[in-house]
Design a protein around this ligand. Structure first.
Ligand code: HEC
Length: 224
């Protein structure tokens, strides 16, 4: 066994003097903890250099991802203007269909046929398919009094009338466009700004419209 590896007990029993013992301990300590002076700086410099490297690399990476996307779109489809237009109209009509289901179908029914003697049909109705301002006005203010739709008279009872439907211009444009193109109806699309100007033009009208009022406002739509 070398002298270095002797325990304090062994050293003590070997009859060492105190200062020898102290020196011995100092030596032993130095063996356990190797001198760190100067060493500490090296890892610190590495930490700093690697830190900078990671920082610079991250910036570089963020700048040059080369259009990398974690979730790339399945397929990049370039739509022709016609396809885009068809898609826009499709979305508008399906939005209109949803609005119709919630705001109109309870009376006019999902098939647009209404309920005989009570709720008039929208399928094949001039009120719905002639000048779009008519149906827009009806939604904006409601309708009461007798009207004739496809040869049948409705509104004979004052209890059965239509209240204004509180939806915004875009929703009206969507639902009117849907009604005008559903169930075999084949009338033109209606736009939000047209609804806005019909709304502006009807501010004077406080009550529900009557059929006669609308007929006198749009005589061309009801001739023949
Ligand atoms: C609470 C029942 C009710 C709801 C909801 C309702 N209507 Fe009506 N609607 C009526 C009644 C009743 C008349 C007939 C009023 C009359 O005879 O004066 C009518 C008439 C009409 C007319 C004119 C007549 C015709 O059949 O073409 C149109 C157009 C119309 N409604 C569209 C709509 C649209 C669009 C909605 C939804 C945004 C709607 N209505 C919601 C009850 C309703």
């Amino acid at each position: 066994m070398s002298k270095e590896n002797q325990t304090s007990e062994e050293i003590r029993s070997s009859g060492m003097k105190d200062d020898e013992l102290v020196n011995k301990h100092v030596r032993l300590n130095q063996i356990k903890h190797e001198p760190t002076k100067g060493f500490l700086q090296a890892p610190l410099i590495f930490v700093f250099v690697f830190g900078c490297l990671i920082f610079v690399c991250s910036i570089q990476l963020a700048h040059t991802t080369n259009d990398f996307q974690l979730h790339p779109p399945k397929e990049i489809v370039e739509l022709t203007p016609e396809e885009k237009e068809a898609l826009r109209l499709d979305r508008k009509i399906s939005s209109g269909e949803k609005i119709f289901a919630v705001r109109c179908a309870s009376c006019h029914q999902g098939n647009g046929l209404g309920i005989a003697g009570q709720y008039p049909p929208l399928a094949g109705s001039k009120w719905a398919t002639a000048n779009p301002e008519i149906i827009t006005n009806i939604i904006l203010k409601g309708l009461k009094g007798e009207i004739v739709v496809k040869g049948e008279t409705y509104g004979t009872s004052a209890a059965v009338n239509m209240a204004a439907v509180a939806i915004n211009d875009r929703e009206i444009a969507n639902v009117v466009t849907y009604v005008r193109q559903a169930w075999g109806n084949d009338a033109n699309e209606v736009f939000e700004d047209e609804v806005a100007s019909t709304r502006a033009g009807s501010v004077e009208q406080q009550d529900q419209w009557t059929g006669d009022q609308l007929i006198s406002m749009y005589p061309d739509s009801f001739s023949n």
